[in-house]
Design a protein around this ligand. Sequence first.
Ligand code: ZN
Length: 349
Amino acid sequence: MPLVIAIDSGATAGGTYDGVTYQADKYSDGGEANSTPDPIAGTTAVALYQTERYGTYSYKIPVTAGTFTIELHMAEIYNNTAGERSFNVSVEGQQVLSSLDLYTQAGHDGAFSYTVEDVRVSDGTLDIALESLVDNATLAGFAIYSADGRLDTSRPEPSCNGYVAITYDDGPSGNTGAFVNALKQAELVPVTFFVNGSNIGNNSAGIRQMLEVGEVQSHSFNHVDMGNYSAAQVTDQLSRDIQAIQNAGAPKPTIFRPPYGTLNNTVRQAASSLGLYAITWDVDSQDWNGASVSAIVSAAGRLQNGQVILMHENQSNSLTAIPQIAANLKSRGLCPGKISPTTGRAVAP
Ligand code: ZN
């Protein structure tokens, strides 16, 4: 049967496995990407199973009317015992896998495949829906075949294979307006600003400008290194920052990035008790350390799906880098996203 399409879930690049060409992840509605460097047992298509898209979400594949066969591929790349994951999979509204526990089926880092045959689609969209019961539902990839149906290429392809978080710390500053204009012009939106209450002062206009291109989150009130702070001291810094941000007209922050990336359990727990998920970054642009424009652009070029880059709003090289960063992300099918307040990963805005 001819291949309609094959997708490597959670992957930012495609590949050919067992003679079938899989494309980078697309057509998903929700979910988050994850990967493992570990070898996968029971398959020669190791890289296919090393990436996953997890959560309660669905794939919506545009197809012409026809009857389809769907090969679903999965692996337990996270949990190490039975009972830690359970989920349902439905195709075109029909449950095809119920209370699936991948560890029980194939162990940790073991390939598991399941084929669904004779799926009639007449509504223009082949739906694969995952429902989490225990931990998260997950798919490593799938291949769709049909004798009579095909991909409906008359509808535009989704332009995002994945999402990354563009972040700027230490504002608001005299540069805020220039950053916001450059971000708008390059269509590099949304972004996330981590701000200090001490910088807001009488500059609530800066916060309002930031909100035009993204979210305002917390970076402590005084930009202090909290490595030796007590829980009460951390709480004081964060609650004053939250208050300053809200007084300036922004929603209550949900994410906190500690100055200098100093993140220990005291900081993490104090942040959490104020409703803030504490994160640092995946990629450091080094703009604070004198990185050139091209070095900042190439740092952004290392971003993978779901990752977060650190930049600063008081660094003119990061301002100059905006158009090139936007163009490079676009060419890689990566779109700016927001930071999930439950996982700290970049997700669809
Ligand atoms: Zn900072």
